[in-house]
Design a protein around this ligand. Structure first.
Ligand code: NAP
Ligand code: ZN
Length: 353
């Protein structure tokens, strides 16, 4: 019989508190569950927003982490999609109502019954969900992704959030040949967004605060690179883009960015600062512009993204750290001092404290 398994991880015990070692249990495998030995987990800026309760409603203790890559260690009696030893990933969701219109369309991220998020959420049985800063996770097979053999697990881990969060709007708004696409903010999400938009065939511009990462941007596939701290940038690029994907985690001058769109262009918000977005009516009316949002991506599209990355040789640029350095890493993400995603090597969990 399968039993609950003791799990080691790191948790934020309360709002704003540094993360510390935390022991807890993962549930027994249900018939459709997959047990995963976590090898790597990316640090997403959303982990920091939530550990600091910047979006409200955070649940503590919190084990963050929704960019999970690992190996299947055990499977429930009725699992058909995975077997022990498979290379798998888990992203931002571990369940949904599976019956609403959104779920039936493969858009579980917009589940009207409310999906179950990988951490800082409540499972259907009311238990708090704990994320990937841990050595094991148990997930229904329908919410597990297959990581293609050609993608290394460490550099693929951030694709489970940063990758799909940029891939989904790029696909939805048809980034491709003949389209001018800007990515605002070249951090964790932004740097993958540049690679994906380039691979999709779009003409890609990075709008970053400074030119300090310009060489990297070009290496990722950007055709152009501008500093948003230079007012000339906004004058020069007025009316240029079909699509702007904004990955910035802080407030922006939204009207200034809307002015960079051409007729019928769309500014898509994926970065999630806590304050409301102030937008003038005429910033939208002039040029029939769209201001839209986009949340991660559905399970089917996440698998499509992973397969697309394998086909195009796309992975994240990462800095691997032991879990003992997680608090320092958070400070560096907040200072935009990461090239371009921190990934925790979960083997460090077994190291002496
Ligand atoms: P990140 O690695 O910190 O990247 C954010 C980038 O924004 C920074 O690298 C920086 O790029 C730019 N930036 C930071 N502070 C800025 C400021 N004050 N003004 C202008 N630009 C600034 O964060 P991330 O992990 O990519 O996440 C980005 C945002 O997306 C977060 O808010 C996160 O919660 C959100 N998110 C949303 C979804 C979704 O489903 N919609 C999913 C995942 C994450 P430059 O140095 O190039 O300017
Ligand atoms: Zn994320």
């Amino acid at each position: 019989m399968k039993t609950a398994v003791q799990t080691k991880g790191y948790a934020a015990p309360s709002v704003n508190a540094p993360l510390v070692p935390f022991a807890f249990e993962r549930r027994e495998l249900r018939p459709h569950d997959v047990g995963i030995e976590i090898k790597f987990c990316g640090i997403c800026h959303s982990d920091i927003h939530q550990a600091r309760d910047e979006w409200g409603g955070s649940i503590f203790p919190m084990v963050p982490g929704h960019e999970i890559a690992g190996i299947v260690s055990d499977v429930g009696s009725q699992v058909t999609k995975y077997k022990v030893g498979d290379r798998v990933g888990v992203g931002c969701m571990v369940d949904s109502d599976r019956t609403c219109d959104a779920c039936r369309r493969g858009l579980e991220q917009y589940c009207s019954g409310g999906n179950v998020v990988t951490y800082n959420g409540l499972d259907k049985d009311g238990a708090p969900t704990y994320g990937g800063y841990s050595d094991r996770i148990v997930v229904d097979e329908n919410f597990v992704l297959r990581i293609p053999d050609s993608l290394p697990l460490d550099a693929a881990a951030p694709l489970l959030c940063a990758g799909i969060t940029t891939y989904s709007p790029l696909r939805h708004w048809n980034a491709g040949p003949g389209k001018k696409v800007a990515i605002v903010g070249m951090g964790g999400l932004g740097h993958v967004g540049v690679k994906l938009a380039h691979a999709l065939g779009a003409e890609v511009t990075v709008l970053s605060q400074t030119l300090s990462k310009q060489a990297d941007g070009k290496r990722f596939g950007a055709d152009h690179y501008y500093a948003t701290s230079d007012p000339q940038t906004f004058a020069k690029l007025a009316g240029t883009f079909d699509l702007i994907v904004n990955t910035v985690s802080a407030e922006l001058d939204w009207n200034a960015y809307l002015a960079l769109l051409k007729l019928d262009g769309a500014l898509v918000v994926v970065g999630a600062p806590s304050n409301p977005i102030p937008v003038a009516a005429f910033s939208l009316i002039a040029g029939r512009k769209t201001l839209a949002g986009s949340g991660i991506g559905g399970i089917k599209e996440t698998q499509e993204m992973l397969d697309f990355c394998a086909e195009h040789g796309i992975v994240c640029d990462i800095e691997t750290i032991p879990i003992q350095q997680v608090n320092e890493a958070y400070d560096r993400v907040l200072a935009s001092d990461v090239r371009y995603r921190f990934v925790i090597d979960m083997e460090s969990l077994s190291a002496p404290a």
